[in-house]
Design a protein around this ligand. Sequence first.
Ligand code: AMP
Ligand code: ZN
Length: 135
Amino acid sequence: MRWRGRWPRWRIGSNIRGEEAVSEADCIFCKIARGEIDVEVVHDEDDVLAFRDINSKAPVHVLVIPRQHVANLEEVGKLPDGVVKRLFEVSSAVAAEAGVTEGGYAVRVNNGRDAGQEVFHLHMHVMGGRKLGMP
Ligand code: AMP
Ligand code: ZN
């Protein structure tokens, strides 16, 4: 389908791959950002929050999220530029705080089905403390 500047009506409520959009009221990371679900917060500021992943895949595994709900990288343009920058800066700060800057760490965004994205609120995985391969 050729892009005509806006989605047709049937697309409203779904994203580009036809996945159901999750409202901010129902989104688990929005609930975390509002303090409605307990998490281990490692960094807290106005627009960005970082907390430990509940199912850690590495000795250091932190999720960095914008407080504003955006589902994925296709929606990253909705975030103010400064917030996008802070997502990277906070990822670096979290890695430094965890002591993995020297050893190295991975910052990963799972985007969409093939990447295994489970939570449709944009987030960066900051992982370190062990050798990490690709993917
Ligand atoms: P993904 O969408 O695949 O990039 O990953 C979502 C991540 O969120 C997974 O690594 C989950 O372990 C993590 N996660 C889901 N619910 C929570 C929660 N309540 N607290 C912390 N991490 C969570
Ligand atoms: Zn959300």
